[in-house]
Write a protein that binds this ligand. Structure first.
Ligand code: SD4
Length: 324
């Protein structure tokens, strides 16, 4: 039997433990911070940093950041110069989400160079979240966006080569494990507010009419200002099935680091897709403390991280299939 003295001693120890725990210094949050997918994320981060470093809002930073990739004709899966669908048309998907949980999205948008800004307009100037196709295009044109031909001589050349090599286009799915892709960007500003953006021309050579994960809130992107933000890249069908970015944020809410949350969400994608060795999916994430992480199925996915301490640099995401 425990004596009164022993009990009081134990109580005192617990109390002391609590005092020690309370005395632990809290980690200083890293702010501002911006993280984006793939090597073209470096230039996108630079554009975002111009806003973040002056104390600007993460929402403005992610819009400006991904516009950089959308408008770069050398980035082969976003906006201008984006690779077309099987019929040779460039169709764009994008979404954006802010610290208040407000979001906007466009899908199957043709002929507009910066779909992310149309998505922001949907968020801010309409009662809707998502607009698609011709309606989204007319909405953009009515709001001052200009129509632009998005195919470039290089993307036409690649499409013509693909057509010759893949006469059975309907069954073909681009595995897409090279290190160029969609841009997903997540950021935290000096005030500690989070936002994210995701934009793509989708999988190259997709069936006309196909929409991937990138414009779908929860799949290609998710932001919860209390927890963190995440974005996905890779084969959108697999990401949608797992509601990937929402899953990453929920895993962080349960206490996982951004790195572990990306890994666990990738494991979920793997568990739900028996053919997982055939395609790429990758996630990036940040949390409220300004910690970041990434994980993917196939080796070769890297992401750009920019903070004040270490500058703008590439990080190679660990992969489920080890690098050779
Ligand atoms: C999509 N997730 O449309 C996008 C494209 C991408 O690697 O990220 N491809 O499925």
């Amino acid at each position: 039997m425990i004596s009164r003295r022993q009990l009081m001693g134990a109580t005192a120890m617990v109390a002391a433990g609590q005092i020690t725990a309370r005395a632990q210094p809290k980690p200083t949050p890293v702010r501002p911070l911006v993280v984006s997918t793939w090597r073209h994320g470096l230039a996108a981060n630079e554009a975002a940093w111009k806003i973040l470093s002056k104390g600007g809002r993460a929402l403005d930073a992610v819009e400006a950041g991904v516009r950089e990739s959308e408008s770069d004709p050398k980035v082969g899966s976003v906006g201008l110069g984006g690779l077309p669908d099987a019929s040779g048309q460039v169709t764009l998907d994008a979404c954006i989400m802010d610290e208040n949980g407000d979001c906007g999205s466009v899908a199957y948008l043709k002929g507009i160079e910066n779909p992310i800004s149309v998505a922001r307009l949907v968020m801010e100037n309409t009662p809707h979240v998502m607009m698609v196709g011709e309606g989204a295009k007319q909405f953009a044109l009515a709001n001052g966006f200009k129509e632009k031909a998005l195919l470039t001589p290089e993307s036409i050349k690649q499409w013509e080569k693909w057509k010759v090599e893949h006469p059975d286009a309907v069954k073909h799915r681009e595995v897409n494990i090279e290190n160029h892709d969609t841009i997903g960007m997540v950021s935290i500003d000096t005030k500690g507010n989070l936002s994210g953006a995701c934009t793509t021309s989708g999988l190259a050579w997709k069936l006309p009419g196909r929409v991937g994960d990138s414009p779908i809130i929860g799949a290609g992107l998710y932001v919860d200002n209390e927890v963190g933000a995440a974005s996905a890249t890779g084969v959108g069908e697999a990401v949608i099935r797992a509601v990937g970015s929402f899953l990453v944020v929920e895993l962080m809410r349960q206490g996982n680091s951004p790195q572990d949350a990306c890994r666990l969400a990738t494991e979920r994608v793997i568990a739900k897709n028996p053919d997982w060795k055939e395609f790429q999916v990758g996630f990036i994430a940040i949390d409220k403390l300004g910690r970041s992480g990434g994980y993917c199925i196939q080796p070769g996915f890297d992401y750009a991280v920019y903070d004040k301490q270490m500058g703008n640099r590439m990080v190679t995401a660990p992969s489920r299939i080890p690098a050779k």
